[in-house]
Design a protein around this ligand. Structure first.
Ligand code: HEM
Length: 537
């Protein structure tokens, strides 16, 4: 047991024995034992999480206005909080979201609802989102969307000055994310990856961005500012737009279903049809749940894919290994099937490593109710030199700090997918809670399986078609937070068409060059690769 664990255990047992005087004395020497400090931020930004952890150790207290937060930044402490959460975990209170929904008479939905009410909605949404067999049914529609993405990338790169560079890749992947999740939820194609983007798509993208950006501002500003400053009005407008777009699409589906029933046909479909016909949610609940699923399903997958491509472009060896794996399972640009994925451990490792380095949700929350949790972590806030125990404690789980900890991941700032492969010399032992990008337990991400399927398919097919490189002399891109972790500046990458290889990846043999387009950059790229493969024969 480390010194820190031993100290926590000592404090904890002292508190359990209700020896308050001794407990205070122990916590009083804060720097040495509990290392709790007050700092002036509410939720730490990712780099700040790391700095604060260095300064204060794996647990510290932050204050922002009325908010009092206990930050935990080691996998052991994060697991303590999560493992002891009750049946109905609460992430954090979102009073401003709740206020908006009350104002518009809407249902609360997954993010605002709590207790059995949250659980009821979640159990309706879960089956067709989290069961592997159910999610595999979305494979054909995801492949259609990936096909559109490939076409879009091709047309963007050909249009660029050097005929290879796709500028601001994240923006394109955002459209892919939106099209992907909408095609699953609404069972219809919106055409987000077409030249002419539908107005509603643009509206939703802008509104999601505004809502996420304004959410923190609105939360921290005092109520009296609502009529003086523009933020609350903009926040409400953003939500109105989000819900309106989702509502229009749902109403359209409802009308289609009604028409089918009237025509005596059987109503068939996927996610939305299931939600609308299962009679377990009210229409208001369907509206808000679909809006939240859309909101959760766009930025997350698109940013993760952007970071994966950004890292692969800078790491030729990893990209090559990934390409070889994909070609060995799906030769000749075959579309991967869901069942092929179990034979692609490196593809999965690339996504895991990307989410370790860039957890799109860099910090999560858990609001624990007094007496719900026992143990060292739970008891710490009670005795943060406050005269009375707190009825509730807001924990901030600093996932970014945990997944960038050198103690858990050697060379934590380096992209090393190998570390996730079992039996690989590069793989290391790390705590199971050191990188949990989708969360763990009953409140974990409802879209995990769908997100993974989208990312695996998109990445594997992009790799089949292109070798990816950074722009010449491109500087590194740092992440920043806008509620979610996003690139701080546009990511531009070069897409060089690949040569198709024969079936056996160990005896690489360039056979056909499948370029229907000729551009100044590709012949060189082809020659280079051909030479490279020839040397390996
Ligand atoms: C790379 C992709 C994604 C990542 C890393 C991610 C991560 C997360 C995390 C960390 C949470 C909080 C879990 C917790 O509190 O324990 C969450 C919740 C959620 N996610 Fe995702 N997510 C992703 C994709 C998606 C997709 C595709 C959807 C929609 C289909 C989605 C919908 C949601 C929803 C609705 C919640 C709230 C669940 C609840 O409160 O019960 N996410 N996600």
């Amino acid at each position: 047991m480390s010194l820190w664990n031993a100290t926590l255990a000592r404090i904890s047992s002292t508190l359990l024995s209700r020896d308050w005087t001794l407990a205070r004395r122990m916590l009083g020497s804060g720097a040495r034992c509990a290392r709790l400090r007050k700092s002036n931020i509410f939720y730490s930004l990712p780099p700040t999480q790391v700095e604060h952890k260095k300064l204060y150790g794996p647990i510290w207290r932050s204050r922002f206005g009325p908010f009092d937060v206990v930050n935990v930044a080691s996998p052991e402490l994060i697991s303590q909080v999560i493992r002891q959460e009750g049946r109905y975990p609460v992430r954090t209170e979102l009073p401003h979201w709740k206020e908006y929904r009350d104002m518009r008479g809407q249902a609360y939905g997954l993010h605002v609802d709590t207790g059995p009410q949250w659980h009821r909605i979640r159990s309706v949404l879960n089956p067709k989102m989290l069961k592997l067999a159910e999610v595999s049914a979305y494979a054909p529609v995801i492949h259609q969307v990936v096909g559109d993405l490939l076409q879009r990338i091709e047309s963007l790169r050909l249009r660029s000055q050097d005929h290879t560079t796709v500028p601001d890749l994240t923006a394109e992947l955002y459209k892919f994310g939106f099209e992907g999740i909408s095609s699953i939820l609404f069972e219809t194609r919106l055409g987000c990856l077409q030249e002419e983007i539908p107005k509603d798509t643009l509206k939703f993208i802008a509104a999601a961005n505004n809502m996420l950006t304004l959410s923190e501002t609105v939360l921290f500003l005092p109520l009296w500012t609502r009529n003086v400053l523009p933020f609350w009005k903009r926040f409400v407008q953003a939500w109105d737009d989000l819900v309106a777009v989702a509502q229009r699409l749902i109403d359209h589906k409802l009308a289609q279903m009604d028409a089918q029933v009237l025509a005596g046909k059987q109503v068939e479909g996927m996610y939305l049809t299931y939600l609308l016909s299962c009679d377990k949610l009210t229409l208001e609940e369907v509206y808000i749940s679909i809006t939240e699923l859309l909101l959760g399903g766009v930025d997350t997958t698109s940013n993760t894919l952007s970071w994966a491509l950004y890292q692969l472009a800078r790491d030729a060896a990893s990209q090559d290994r990934l390409y070889r794996e994909i070609m060995s399972v799906c030769p000749g640009r075959q579309q991967p099937r869901s069942e092929d994925l179990s034979r692609m451990p490196y593809l999965k490792a690339v996504i895991k490593e990307t989410l370790r380095m860039y957890p799109v949700v860099p910090g999560n929350g858990r609001l624990t109710v007094d007496n719900e949790v026992v143990g060292a972590v739970a008891l710490l806030p009670v005795c943060l030199l406050l005269p009375i125990p707190l009825p509730q404690t807001q924990f901030h789980l600093c996932h970014y700090a945990a997944s960038h900890d050198e103690g858990e991941f050697v060379d934590a700032e380096c992209f090393r997918p190998e570390r996730w492969l079992r039996g690989d010399p590069e793989s290391y032992q790390h705590h199971p809670y050191s990188s949990i990008p989708f969360g763990v337990g009953v409140r974990a991400c409802v879209g995990k399986r769908v997100a993974e399927l989208e990312m695996y398919f998109a990445l594997s097919r992009l790799m089949q078609h292109y070798e990816i490189q950074p722009e010449d002399g491109a500087p590194t891109t740092e992440p920043k937070t806008r509620t979610l972790l996003i690139p701080s500046k546009p990511i531009n990458l070069r897409f060089l068409p690949r040569v198709i290889l024969t079936r056996n990846p160990n005896r690489l043999r360039a056979c056909v060059i499948v370029h229907t387009f000729i551009c100044p950059a590709t012949p060189n790229a082809i020659t280079t690769r051909r030479l490279k493969y020839k040397n390996k024969l």
